[in-house]
Every structure is written in structure tokens, then in C-alpha cells.
Design a protein around this ligand. Structure first.
Ligand code: XUL
Length: 527
């Protein structure tokens, strides 16, 4: 009999579903729903609501609920065996928060299948919009919390990261300061992940140790809420936060809403969701310490597994709980795919193939040309004023600019990942842009490490399905080994391995110092 598990990933721009069959150890269904295209009535652009302030990036929890209805309807139409799903898990874009009032709990428990999810959610939000990970409007709150916690070093060693603008704690503080009445009316604060899990479970869901670590509120070593951090952030926070739990932990049977409306197995387990990056760790099979991956999505992230909790005292990188136990490291570069697209648009390049051809017209190192592509305020390095900076680079030379953006992104990755002290033997590349050979070639040469492309582009949804499977087995009293569970799902694309070119790697070794100087100068000029 098929053993089916559903994983959902509520990311910045889309909601995706992956169904795995653990009997055959195969992905049997994949689907994505793009928010802007499928739900234009919410008026988002790339999943974000327009705002006059370039630092403010919000979306809406109603969009995510509508997408959940739409995707379940699609799965039903596509003939997915929803009646046989044993457990549902999920992941969400990290850090984004949802503010619910005291009516939410009852509304979640009584979701009426004759109405849409959104109709059911009327009157439950204490705040209409949700700040998401792209928001960088909380520099002041970051400084205030950091100061109260005793500086960067203490903040990092307690919460796993320095305070960051997108992290949920500083966002909560800003909300509390600017909208105190709405904050008072907030009975529950959820992350995107725990909000979506709450809809599925029909009750307020816990936050997991992976996504919880992206809030500047969780004690990274003890894996519980850190009272100093809660106090430094906002009053009354202890009561507003749900408990913490492992990703995949069983919450209870799914809400009858999904069973009655879409034919989901009424006994399927709703499980605790995690963040998209922690879920990708499972989806990519990064169970052993020292394994690393680069996810090339809206943001580019570089992450890997660690057994011990080793934090970055310089405050640029993060440590999160890994859904497979232990820890994971992560560095997030905001100007990922969207920045590459901006350059492509700027030079009117028709497609990525042409872009790649232009990249190969220029030598490794681009004759010393450097471009810092901070179209959006950047997270690493921390840049609050957007802008692009060129050094020894002619703005009119399309090929040089195409090569320059890829090299800069990879040099930045190399420079800012040194604290992890992992010298990976191989890097797995995933996400939309991992199809791009020119980009992977530059990655292999700059990071001086073989790069392999992973077959499943929806690694977060896959990881979420595997976490749900793990939670279901634990709930059944079975012992499960993570390495056995994830094995076989993450086969690198045959022939996709790109080995570093020795000569090019030497060029980049030297270029790193120049890149670091340019970064320093550009940041200095913004002060
Ligand atoms: C990670 C981060 C992003 C989002 C994207 O810290 O902010 O990677 O998780 O969805």
C-alpha cells in the first residue's frame, strides 16, 4: 500500500506541494501556484504588497490562506490521492509574522467547509498585513534590542544571530511601538509556517526550533523562549507566543475543513511546520555535518549542517535548529535572483541562455571588474541604502556586467561564509536559478569546490513532506533514522557536476581581497 505524505511550502512568491510515497521512496506529485498570477486580486508583486517606503515589505496572511484553498482544489482536480495522505507537513518563508486576535482560536477550530478559508477568517486578524523577510525597516528596533541584550556577541550567543531587520523580534517591537492598540489586541503571534500549520490543524500550532531561531527570541542552545530576549522586545510577549516543538511533531488530525471539502484523509496528521531553509536541509539530504548547499531563489542562501552550535561572533551568519536535530548554519543574501533578473532586464537580454553566452565571453575575474548589486537593501553585508556600485567596470558593457554580477554574488558568498569553518567537499545547488550553467560554473570556480545540481527544485516542500513522514512514524511508535528516510530523494542530476577550474580558482583566490575592499569602500560611501 502506498504511504503518502504531503509537504507544502509557502514561500515568498508561491505555494508549492510535493507528495512523496515512502513505499517506493519517490516523489509522486509536484505543483506550484504563483501568487501574483493565480491570485491577482491581492495585488502583490513578486508576492509583496506595494509600499511607498522601499524598506517596508509586507504581504498578507489572507493571500496565503487563499492560496491554500486554491492549491487543495488543484490537487483534487489533478486526482491526487488526498484520501490516502497519512500526514501533512510544511515550510514557510522565514521570519514573516501573522498577528491574530482572541477570536482566532475558535475560528480555526470551527472552519466551515461551505465557506472559503478567508470567509472563515473574517475578524481574526489583529493586523491586516504581515511583515516578511524582505523588510528592512527595523534598524532602530534591532539596535534597541541588541543594546538591551548586551551587544552583538551576547545577542548572537543567546539567540543564534545578531538582531536583523527581517527577524521577527525586531518586527514585533516595531509593531508594538507604532500600533500599540493593535499589539494589545494581538492574542497570538504566528510565523508564516505556524500560521499555515494552524489552518491545517484547526488550532494554534507550535513554532519549530528551525523557524523559531529566526526570531531573535529563542535560546539557541536550550531551545526554549529566552526571557531576556522577550523582555527586550515587547511587553506581554510570553503569552502571545505558542510553544516550541520539533518540525514534523504531530499536532493532531487535520481540520475537518480539508477532509470534507477536498477529500483529505480525515485521520491524516497535521504536523508542525518549519522554515523553508531548514526544510531544504532535509529535502537536500544534508544530514551529515559539513554538507553544504546553495539555494538560488528570490534570495540566495548558503547553508549547511553542524552538530555543535557554533555561532558567528561577527554577527553576519545565523544558526538555526535543524529539523533533523542538531543545528544548521545559514547566510542569506537578499539580492539573489531578482538582482540577476534586474541586470538581465537592464541590458535587454532575452533569456538566460543568452545571458550565459555573454558571461562566457569574458574571462574568469572579468579583468578585475566588480559590481555590487544591491538593488534592494542587502542583508549580508548589511546595507540599508540600495544602489549598485561598479568598480573598474564599464556600465555600457553588457557581457562584463553579466559576468560581474555572478562573480560578485559568489565572492560575497565565499567571503561571508568563512566563519562557518566548513570546507565542504561538494556543494549542492538548488532553486530556480540552479538550472543556469554559467552561474554554477562561476560558483564552482569562486568557491573552489565541485557543484552538483539537485533534481528536485522544490526542496523545501520535499523536506516538509519528509518531516511529516518522520513525525508520523514517531507518532506510530516507530524508530526512524533520518539518513535512511531522506536517502534517494536527492539524486544529483546525472552529469551535472561542475568541477572547479584550477586556473580560474586561483584568479578568484586573489580577487577576494579586492572584492572585500570594494565592499568596504561602497559601504563607507553610504555612511
Ligand atoms: C532566511 C531568509 C530567506 C527566506 C526566504 O533567513 O530570510 O531565505 O526564508 O523565504
Amino acid at each position: 500500500m502506498a504511504k503518502l505524505f504531503l509537504g507544502l511550502d509557502s514561500s515568498t512568491q508561491s505555494l508549492s506541494a510535493v507528495v512523496v510515497d515512502l513505499d517506493t521512496h519517490k516523489v509522486v506529485y509536484e505543483k506550484s501556484l504563483n501568487f501574483d498570477q493565480a491570485l491577482p486580486e491581492f495585488k502583490t508583486r513578486n508576492g509583496v504588497l506595494p509600499n511607498r517606503d522601499p524598506l517596508v515589505k509586507h504581504s498578507t496572511p489572507r493571500l496565503w490562506a487563499a492560496a491554500l484553498d486554491r492549491l487543495f482544489a488543484q490537487m483534487k482536480t489533478d486526482g491526487v490521492a488526498l484520501g490516502k495522505i497519512l500526514a501533512v507537513g510544511g515550510s514557510g518563508q522565514q521570519h514573516g509574522s501573522v498577528y491574530l486576535n482572541e477570536k482566532a482560536e475558535a475560528a480555526f477550530a470551527a472552519l466551515d467547509p461551505r465557506r472559503s478559508l478567508n470567509e472563515n477568517l473574517d475578524g481574526v486578524f489583529a493586523r491586516k498585513t504581515s511583515p516578511i523577510w524582505m523588510d528592512s525597516s527595523t534598524a532602530k528596533e534591532c539596535a534597541e534590542i541588541r543594546k538591551k541584550l548586551g551587544g552583538v556577541k551576547f545577542t548572537v550567543s543567546r539567540t543564534g544571530s545578531d538582531t536583523f531587520e527581517r527577524f521577527t523580534g525586531p518586527q514585533i517591537r516595531k509593531f508594538c511601538k507604532t500600533e500599540p492598540r493593535a499589539y494589545d489586541q494581538t492574542a497570538h503571534i504566528a510565523l508564516v509556517s505556524s500560521y499555515m500549520a494552524s489552518l491545517l490543524a484547526g488550532r494554534i500550532a507550535p513554532i519549530d526550533f528551525g523557524d523559531g531561531a529566526g526570531m531573535n527570541l529563542m535560546d539557541i542552545r536550550r531551545k526554549n523562549w529566552n526571557h531576556d530576549a522577550l523582555k527586550a522586545t515587547a511587553p506581554g510577549l510570553t503569552k502571545k507566543l505558542p510553544p516550541l516543538a520539533d518540525a514534523g511533531h504531530a499536532i493532531g488530525p487535520v481540520s475537518p475543513y480539508f477532509a470534507q471539502k477536498y477529500g483529505l484523509n480525515a485521520e491524516a496528521l497535521a504536523t508542525v511546520w518549519t522554515g523553508d531553509n531548514p526544510a531544504s536541509v532535509l529535502g537536500l539530504g544534508l544530514i551529515k555535518p559539513g554538507q553544504a548547499a546553495v539555494s538560488l531563489g528570490t534570495s540566495d542562501t548558503f547553508f549547511g549542517t553542524m552538530d555543535k552550535c557554533q555561532t558567528d561572533e561577527s554577527g553576519q551568519g545565523h544558526v538555526f535548529g535543524s529539523p533533523a536535530g542538531g543545528y544548521m548554519t545559514l547566510i542569506c543574501f537578499k539580492n539573489g535572483s531578482l538582482a540577476r533578473e534586474k541586470i538581465r532586464e537592464m541590458y535587454k537580454i532575452s533569456d538566460w541562455k543568452k545571458f550565459g553566452e555573454l558571461v562566457s565571453q569574458r574571462p574568469a575575474g572579468n579583468n578585475g571588474a566588480i559590481l555590487l548589486p544591491w538593488f534592494e537593501p542587502e542583508i549580508v553585508p548589511r546595507v540599508n541604502r540600495p544602489g549598485i556600485h561598479r568598480f573598474d567596470l564599464d556600465a555600457n558593457d553588457a557581457a562584463a556586467n553579466c559576468r560581474a554580477i555572478l562573480e560578485a554574488q559568489m565572492l560575497s558568498m565565499r567571503l561571508h561564509s568563512q566563519w562557518m569553518q566548513v570546507a565542504p567537499e561538494k556543494i549542492f545547488a538548488t532553486g530556480g536559478a540552479s538550472q543556469d550553467k554559467a552561474l554554477l560554473r562561476v560558483m564552482a570556480d569562486v568557491l573552489n569546490c565541485p557543484v552538483l545540481r539537485i533534481e528536485v527544485s522544490k526542496s523545501a516542500a520535499l523536506g516538509a513532506a519528509l518531516a511529516a513522514a518522520h513525525g508520523w512514524m514517531v507518532n506510530e511508535g516507530q524508530t526512524v533514522k533520518w539518513d535512511k528516510l531522506v536517502a534517494g530523494f536527492t539524486t544529483p542530476v546525472p552529469g551535472s557536476e561542475i568541477r572547479p577550474d584550477k586556473k580560474a580558482a586561483k584568479v578568484y583566490e586573489k580577487m577576494l581581497a579586492k572584492y572585500a575592499d570594494c565592499e568596504y569602500d561602497a559601504m563607507d560611501s553610504l555612511k
